[in-house]
Design a protein around this ligand. Structure first.
Ligand SMILES: Cc1cc2nc3c(=O)[nH]c(=O)nc-3n(C[C@H](O)[C@H](O)[C@H](O)COP(=O)(O)O)c2cc1C
Length: 131
């Protein structure tokens, strides 16, 4: 039982305990995929509640990969400030976060997006077959 409260390391990230919030999309982002203040507040509260790792709900890395209304994006520069705010809110409260990126792979448009290149480039450099 005590193990749950012990720190854990997923290199290079140190996590304060073993409590993880699984990715849960909220449908709360605006039409452009920018997350709303309520989402930042939610993640702030989760970290304040002392969760170790919080996995952000899925993010589309190219506009064509948007899977549903209210889904958050990481395909455009204008998505970044609010995502940074969310990350800072979690860090300020001692938590760590990660995200699930939805690459919707295979289209030319996706392959040109910056986030896609960063993600896929990283996976490829580790020897993964990314198709
Ligand atoms: C409302 C809801 C939203 C979810 N959103 C995501 C998501 O954005 N990304 C993801 O990878 N998984 C998502 N999941 C899957 C969960 O993270 C989890 O893997 C899944 O619910 C299985 O866990 P469980 O058997 O404890 O429910 C979602 C699940 C639910 C119920």
């Amino acid at each position: 039982m005590t193990t749950l409260f012990e720190p854990y390391k997923i290199d290079p990230m140190s996590i304060r305990n073993r409590f993880v919030r699984s990715a849960t999309t909220s449908y709360w982002s605006d039409e452009g995929g920018v997350i709303r203040p309520e989402i930042v507040e939610l993640y702030h509260n989760l970290a304040k509640g002392e969760l170790g790792l919080i996995v952000k709900g899925h993010l589309y890395v190219a506009d064509v990969g948007k899977a549903h209304v209210g889904m958050a994006g990481i395909s455009r520069e204008e998505h970044i400030p609010k995502l940074m705010e969310l990350t800072e809110a979690v860090h300020r409260n001692g938590g760590k976060n990660s995200c699930t990126a939805q690459p919707c792979r295979g289209t030319q448009h996706n392959r040109q997006s910056r986030a896609f290149r960063v993600l896929w480039g990283g996976l490829e450099s580790q020897g993964h077959d990314v198709g």
